[in-house]
Write a protein that binds this ligand. Structure first.
Ligand code: M6R
Length: 600
């Protein structure tokens, strides 16, 4: 949520910053701004809306080789030009961008800034005013910055310009991500390597409570006490092409289509010399040492976790619980004696999940993170990491990460089962290969799903997705996909549970989309479909080859019963996509959302 960038070098900063902000727009897109420093001073441009709106207000005649920028997801204060970053101190000497939330900003305002006329409703402005206050008391910029950081409670990634120190960007981080990118005759800072991959692939990670002083020649990392920290750069393995839409109209559609390829990449990445799918033995041992697994995640990743629980229990025979991170952190259940925590997070930056990770580490427990982003906070702070190999996921609605998460959980469960002498009754490599082929068939059937979106969702206000067993978990994810991008109120429901209350909502024409891919409950879900049809629902059944009935609207190719979520979600992703498109919604950047949810 929110993204920051900074550039200092020899080139014109404007385009580099605007391009970087465009690449990070997925992090927040209700307003944006940038500040450029040149011989005339600091020039600030801000606008409500998208980076495209910001571009319109940036004065192209301003040339500068130093600048910082911000794309915002509002937390304190409405999305508006006043609340957009950068924020400036009263005299205009200091200019700041911030990603994160300062929890004690009200208290700091009362304690230090009663006489300072604030121009915005943000927590960020307090930071920049404090820096000026301490500078006015005689501290140099570095010391004023550090003193301010020591007062802040909460999360921040910051980039600061000082009008009187033109050749420097001051940056710092705590809990929110921040990287420094290295180049020849320039250096950059960014919330995400994607923002600056066009100019460098060499990055240095910053740790919490570190400050970095960036000039075009040098990068000095310090802790809050001012001691210098040495850190080697790493090469970001990001292909600039991966983050382009290419010929696709939306990232979401591109990412849906990438799922067969991602499946094959995962098979490759996790195959050993005997062509068996496995994970690092240290991870297998950690799982085997646990008496219970606790999967912690949010949103789509939580839904993948539900499927993962089934795998870990049915394949590897380990009791597993799945919890929504934001609940678990404040309402922890009674834990087993030897728990292992598994964090599932596409971004690896989700604040709710991280809050749990911090807590369980304090309690001395081990943690494994399953993430798409190497070096992300959740990956760094856990004991073990399994990567998704899904490539950058840019659309806010998660698609390929979901199927990648489920696949990696299946591989983990298979590896643990193998180590326990529990022979899988099928070859996972072969079955995931079949899944990849089935995914291709589904991605090629877009017209069918577009028509289904028209037939069932063109004008409706609501929609139900029902299923039983694994299909129930996919129904939850299907409903989330539809509501987040089309704004149609959608609910995922266990087919048998409707009659206990929710069936009261079914009226003439209510769309009910049912999944029927599970043999053991095939007759039951069909009974549930009849129940809602009898009450006027506009029903649609998507079944699997071998379990189909005459009236089914679509029959997906057969895959192993345990792996059906990997394929049955694809029609649902596509139906959601086309429903949103038909309603003229902004598919990739739905209202009120952001890709990386870095506030609790
Ligand atoms: O990066 P994470 O996997 O931790 O993100 C968790 C959720 O915020 C995310 O899955 C969200 O629900 C998606 N927008 C759903 O499409």
């Amino acid at each position: 949520m929110c993204g920051i960038v900074g550039y200092i070098g020899l080139k014109d900063a404007r385009e580099i910053l605007l391009n970087g902000l465009e690449k990070m727009e997925y992090r927040g897109y209700d307003s944006a701004g940038l500040a450029m420093r040149n011989a005339d001073g600091v020039h600030v441009f801000k606008e409500k809306g998208r980076i495209a709106d910001l571009r319109r207000v940036v004065d192209e005649s301003v040339q500068a080789t130093t600048g910082i920028g911000h794309t915002r997801w509002a937390t304190h204060g409405a999305p508006s030009r006043e609340n957009a970053h950068p924020h400036q101190s009263v005299s205009g000497r200091f200019t700041l961008v911030h990603n994160g939330v300062i929890e004690n900003y009200e208290q700091l305002k009362r304690e230090y800034l009663l006489d300072v006329p604030l121009k915005s409703d943000t927590d960020t402005e307090v930071i920049v005013q404090l820096i000026e206050l301490f500078a006015n008391e005689g501290l140099d910029t570095e010391a004023a910055f550090r003193k301010t950081l020591q007062l802040l409670k909460g999360s921040y990634a910051l980039a600061l310009l000082d009008r009187e120190q033109a050749e420097t960007i001051f940056a710092a981080k705590n809990k929110s991500p921040l990287l420094v990118g290295l180049g020849e005759d320039f250096n950059v800072v960014a919330s995400d390597a994607m923002a600056m991959i066009q100019v460098t692939d060499q990055f240095v990670e910053l740790m919490d409570k570190e400050v970095v002083i960036v000039t075009k020649e040098k990068v000095i990392i310090q802790n809050l006490a001012g001691e210098e920290m040495k850190r080697a750069p790493y090469t970001a393995e990001l292909d600039a092409g991966d983050i382009e839409k290419g010929t696709y109209p939306h990232y979401m559609l591109k990412e849906i289509d990438e799922q067969p390829l991602v499946m094959r990449k995962i098979i490759q990445a996790y195959q050993n010399d005997q062509e068996q799918l496995t994970v690092d033995q240290s991870i297998v041992q950690a799982v085997n040492a646990a008496d219970r697994l606790y999967i912690i995640a949010c949103g789509t990743s939580y839904h993948a976790g539900l499927v993962g629980k089934k795998y870990l229990e049915a394949i590897a025979n380990i009791p597993t619980e799945v919890h929504v991170a934001s609940e678990f952190v404040y309402d922890m259940p009674l834990l087993s004696k030897k728990p292992l925590f598994i964090f599932i997070s596409q971004s690896g930056e989700t604040a709710d999940s991280r809050a749990v990770l911090v807590k369980v580490k304090e309690l001395g427990y081990q943690a494994l993170t399953i993430t798409n982003v190497q070096g992300s906070t959740l990956s760094r702070e856990a004991d073990y990491t399994l990567l998704l190999h899904a490539g950058p996921e840019i659309a806010v609605a998660s698609t390929k990460a979901y199927t990648a998460q489920i696949s990696v959980l299946a591989i983990l469960a298979g590896a643990v089962a193998e180590s326990r002498g529990l022979k899988l009754p099928f070859s996972l490599t072969q079955e995931l290969g079949i899944v990849a082929n089935a995914m291709e068939v589904l991605c090629d059937a877009k017209e069918e799903f577009e028509q289904m979106a028209r037939d069932y969702l063109a004008t409706t206000r609501n929609c139900f997705f029902i299923g039983r067993a694994l299909d129930y978990y996919v129904s939850l994810e299907s409903a989330l996909k539809l509501k987040e991008i089309s704004y149609i109120q959608a609910e995922g429901f266990a087919g048998g549970e409707l009659k206990h209350g929710t069936i009261a909502l079914i009226e003439e024409g209510t769309p009910v989309i049912a999944l029927a891919t599970q043999e053991s409950v095939n007759l039951n879900i069909r009974g549930n479909v009849k129940e809602v049809a009898a009450r006027g629902a506009n029903t649609c059944v998507i079944s699997m080859k071998g379990l189909e009935s005459e009236d089914d609207r679509y029959v997906i190719p057969a895959v192993h019963e345990l792996l059906t979520p990997l394929v049955s979600i694809i029609p649902m992703q596509l139906i959601a996509y086309y429903a949103a498109l038909h309603r003229n919604c902004d598919v990739d950047k739905p209202r009120n959302l952001a890709k990386s949810v870095t506030v609790e």
